[in-house]
Design a protein around this ligand. Structure first.
Ligand code: NAP
Length: 261
């Protein structure tokens, strides 16, 4: 049985696979038209970091709100009934803003957070608290580094002379950057065969990743395990306290189907 969301206008803070999937599901319901169980109006919000983003179904707005007050004003002005923070687990700023804005505007808030990854037998993981800490441990682990942490924050590795970096990102990174750097412009999902090929072709001996979770970018972990490579895993920032959380799109749809006021 399909659950019909109670909210009439849902704002999804996006930039993730799950955010797009949720928008697609709700927009499909909305296109059921005038039928009694038609879904809500759905708007997705993107930060505007990626030059050519994959656009979600439904309405889309792009760019910052101007802090929590700006987001609260947007919620009120557009009569939003439910806010879903489906941003990346490392996008801590917008998630904090969402808590403050939802409280100010009196709008129910759900965090849609995919679970983090867990090490398996054969993994050689080195958890760290930040990109700067990742840079600190790298010289002891390898010489040829595959950086999969995105284009922001590459400056943390700029001082590491003597190490080769292969950095993968959707758009080209901006300086400061490591001196010995090759950029691989690509966006997930990635395949195991593809990840094996990248590691082999570039003779990578250490991988750096955020604990993003999800299936789309997990094959690199399997490929690293197969090759016995160390993996530096940047731990997630603490999520805001007191916010109900769903681990997947089905959980978010179920939450939206319940009355919250
Ligand atoms: P952040 O540091 O948490 O946010 C910085 C500012 O960017 C926010 O204060 C907000 O500006 C604006 N912003 C962020 N997400 C937004 C959204 N969905 N809609 C409208 N404005 C948004 O964010 P970030 O880490 O740079 O991530 C930016 C976007 O990229 C997020 O949407 C996230 O889902 C996606 N993403 C991030 C990562 C990552 O590793 N951080 C990875 C994959 C995708 P105002 O204060 O002006 O409202």
């Amino acid at each position: 049985m399909r659950l019909t969301p109670v909210a009439r206008h849902v704002l999804i803070l996006g930039g993730t696979t799950e955010a797009r999937q949720l928008a697609a599901e709700l927009a499909a319901d909305a296109s059921a038209g005038a039928s009694a169980d038609a879904g809500p109006r759905v708007t997705s919000s993107l930060a505007g970091r990626v030059a050519e983003p994959r656009l979600p179904a439904g309405e889309v707005r792009i760019g910052g709100f101007g802090g929590p007050a700006g987001l609260a004003a947007w919620l009120r002005e557009h009569r939003v009934d439910a806010l879903v923070d489906a941003t990346h687990p490392f996008a801590a700023g917008i998630s904090r803003n969402a808590v403050e804005a939802a409280a100010a505007a009196g709008v129910p808030l759900l965090a849609l957070r995919r679970p983090g990854w867990a090490p398996r037998a054969g993994d050689d993981w080195h958890p760290v608290g930040s990109l700067a800490e990742a840079a600190d441990v790298l010289p002891a682990l390898g010489r040829r580094v595959f950086l999969t942490t995105g284009r922001q924050g590459l400056g943390c590795f700029a001082h590491l002379n003597g190490l080769f970096f292969l950095a993968r990102s959707v758009d080209a990174p901006a300086p400061p950057l490591p001196a010995d750097l090759e950029v691989l412009l690509d966006r997930g999902p990635f395949t195991l065969a593809g990840e094996r090929a990248v590691l082999r072709e570039h003779r990578i001996d250490v991988l750096v990743t955020k604990d993003s979770g999800g299936a789309a970018t997990a094959p690199k972990l399997t490929a690293a395990r197969e090759l016995g490579l160390p993996v530096v895993v940047v731990r997630r920032p603490e999520p805001p306290a007191g916010v109900p959380t769903a681990p997947d799109v089905a959980g978010a749809v179920a939450w939206l189907a319940r009355p919250h006021r």
